[in-house]
Design a protein around this ligand. Structure first.
Ligand code: COA
Ligand code: AMP
Length: 632
């Protein structure tokens, strides 16, 4: 066991007993324009705010500060793109120059502090530049994952009400080039809100036709086209970004991240959890559209003065399952962070890791995995293949950084397969029973976090404090409801068993079965429907849909099933990957009409099945069982 910084137990205790002292000390790593006088404001509990009255700029902390400190020539970002066959490194000075120029461009388009800017881009450096440029001028960015379809994009446009949209002309999937501009145009046709401008970054793989209020990224970035923007001071409590995530209903939740608390927490996590400091290199294989991308592709590594690898490719097939090893070798990567699915995909394609032979991955110190449950098999394979600690961390879009982890920068605790280890300093994690009582060890219940949540976690939901409180803070007074179920063992290790709501996790992508059901229910032939997440060897979970047709519908079931699959794909996006829908005669329900989705999932997964005594007609389950089991 290695130990640094006084160890985990002391840090954890202090963070809970005296959060103001703990986070006040952590705040010293950030450059402030007005230093924090107060650490925690609980005057509006249950909503808490960190560092009220302090002023800073997140972009200054991510870029300018390192240039000022003599790191101008150090590489800040490496774009490694096997799907386009290109690689390019940007020094801190170059990234700062491009960011300041794009920020100037946004200002020229009328964007000012507090305005929102929606970013719809693939894994290109311009996405990072656009995010940092917003931070620079105090605008609030909202990045939308490229795999979402126009309808989902439109919902986000209407909620975030961006003054400007920044998009790329296309994204590149191994199998196809995805033109973003037609998707954006369709989303704008569907949305009520009208942004003033769309800035389009043209890529050679598919150039977009620019019309009306479209502005070419290249025009804005021409030398001397606009003056570069200076950093605008913002309040620590001002929003830095809104990131939409799936909730239990079809309406996504706009998670709001503030500036000050976010910078303090991420900077602290880089060193205490990830063990990454100035000059180190971190390779986070995710997407800028997800929280992992926000925190550990963009802000975390740059706040730490490290080098971040922006990888535009897949773990397999671009060109093969050795892609990650190549990236580690070529860029001397010290930490890899991805979702377990990526490692399951690599293992499936190259079970004995033959593609690792001859690669020098000696720079790699740790593999971090998050986003979904890390199954013990994948954990063991990754550990023995790489010969470095494999650290599972449990967190959510809402928290923005890990709730549970093995904090190797503080102290490497023993690892336990199947557990993301212990609560991170700042998080008082307990397992509650339905009455809100803390459960003893090894007893499963709702995993909750005692308020206040630490800095860097969600400040609220975008312009909707009420929904924030109703969704997360009202189930148990004084607690944040994580939505995950699980237990703690006698050593305080947390075991996360899965969501207790209608959120599912497909290949580390968080999706709502509720929103898929809403699409199916809107089809004229569908009387009622259910979508459940079933176990999948590769992706962790896969959605499956079941529909009951209205009387008199005479379209063949197979035709309808295919039509419905296509409908979900076009309304939510390819990423929903709902590939199988079955037409059935009835759905199992309680006497009060609630569909027994959990029982259906248990039957499909082949585990223990709990049938509630309130079931209306048990014979429906008997009829459905062979259909549910057919997925295995
Ligand atoms: N833009 C547009 N479409 C996208 C997309 C994006 N950014 N990302 C995925 N899609 C599409 C895919 O092309 C695929 O389309 P298809 O149905 O036409 O084939 C669909 O969405 C489903 O994608 P995915 O779930 O990723 O499956 P896959 O079979 O293409 O790839 C893996 C499987 C394992 C290689 C892939 O899921 C992966 O790399 N997972 C790693 C996990 C990860 O990075 N998670 C992020 C959170 S940390
Ligand atoms: P997201 O908001 O997309 O990061 O998804 C958050 C959800 O993913 C959590 O609520 C969990 O259900 C799941 N999750 C994330 N990390 C882990 C992990 N390490 N172990 C188990 N589940 C996880």
């Amino acid at each position: 066991m290695t130990s640094g910084q006084g160890g985990y137990a002391g840090a954890y205790r202090q963070s809970l007993e005296d959060p103001a002292a703990f986070w006040g000390e952590a705040a010293r790593s950030i450059h402030w324009i007005r230093r924090p006088q107060q650490v925690l404001d609980d005057s509006r509990a249950p909503i808490h705010r960190w560092f009220p009255g302090a002023r800073m700029n997140t972009c200054y902390n991510a870029l300018d500060r390192h240039v000022v400190a003599g790191r101008a020539e150090q590489t800040a970002l490496i774009h490694d793109s096997p799907v386009t066959g290109t690689k390019r490194a940007y020094s801190y000075a170059q990234l700062l120059d491009l960011t300041a120029r794009f920020a100037g461009g946004l200002e020229a388009l009328g964007v000012t502090k507090g305005d929102t800017v929606l970013i719809y881009m693939p894994m290109v450096p311009e996405a990072v530049i656009a995010m940092l440029a917003c931070a620079r001028i105090g605008a609030v960015h909202s990045v939308v994952f490229g795999g979402f379809a126009p309808a989902e994009l439109a919902v986000r446009i209407d909620d975030a009400r961006p003054r400007v949209v920044v998009a790329a002309s296309c994204g590149i999937e191994p199998s196809r080039v995805i033109e973003y501009k037609p998707l954006l145009d369709e989303a704008l046709r569907r949305s009520e809100h009208r942004p003033d401008f769309s800035v389009i970054f043209q890529r050679p793989q598919a150039k977009a036709e620019l019309t009306g209020n479209d502005v070419d990224w290249a025009t804005l970035m021409k030398p001397n086209a606009v003056p570069p923007a200076a950093c605008v001071p913002v309040e620590a409590t001002d929003p830095l970004y809104v990131l939409y995530t799936s909730g239990t209903t079809g309406r996504p939740k706009g998670i709001v991240r503030d500036n000050g608390g976010h910078a303090v927490a991420l900077a602290w996590s880089m060193q205490a959890i990830y063990g990454i400091g100035p000059g180190d290199t971190m390779f986070t294989a995710s997407d800028v559209g997800w929280v992992v991308g926000h925190s550990y592709i963009v802000y975390g590594p740059l706040l730490a003065g490290a080098t971040t690898v922006l990888y535009e490719g897949k773990p397999v097939g671009t060109p093969d399952a050795g892609a990650f090893w190549r990236v580690v070798e070529e860029h001397r990567v010290n930490a890899v962070f991805t979702a377990p699915t990526a490692f399951r995909a690599i293992r499936r394609a190259d079970p004995s890791a033959e593609l690792l032979a001859g690669r020098d991955i000696s720079s790699l110190r740790t593999l971090f995995l998050a986003g979904e449950r890390l199954d013990p098999e994948t954990y063991r394979w990754a550990s023995s293949t790489l010969g470095v600690p494999v650290v599972d961390n449990w967190w959510q879009t809402e928290t923005g950084w890990p709730i549970c982890a093995n904090p190797i920068g503080l102290e490497q605790l023993p690892l336990k397969a199947g557990s993301p280890s212990v609560p991170v300093p700042g998080y008082d994690v307990q397992v509650l029973d339905p009455a809100g009582e803390v459960l003893p060890p090894n007893t499963e219940g709702a995993i909750c976090i005692r308020l206040p949540l630490p800095p860097g976690t969600l400040a609220t939901l975008w312009q909707d404090d009420e929904r924030y409180v109703a969704s997360y803070l009202s189930a148990f007074e004084g607690w944040y409801l994580s939505g995950d179920g699980g237990y703690k063992d006698e050593d305080g290790y947390v075991f996360v068993m899965g969501r207790t709501d209608d959120v599912i996790n497909v290949a580390g992508h968080r999706l709502s079965t509720g929103s898929m059901e809403a699409v199916l229910a809107a089809h004229p032939a569908v009387a009622e429907c259910a979508v459940i997440g079933v176990h999948d060897e590769l992706k962790g979970q896969q959605p499956r849909g079941f529909v009951v047709l209205k009387a008199g519908v005479d379209e063949p079931a197979a035709t309808l099933e295919a039509e419905l699959v296509e409908l979900v794909r076009s309304e939510i996006g390819a990423v929903a990957s709902l590939r199988r829908i079955d037409v059935v005669t009835a759905l199992p329900k309680t006497r009060s009409g609630k569909i027994l989705r959990r029982t259906m999932r248990e039957i499909a997964d082949g585990g223990e099945v709990s049938v509630p005594g309130t079931i209306e007609d048990a014979s429906v389950l008997d009829t459905l069982t062979p259909v549910l089991r057919a997925s295995r």
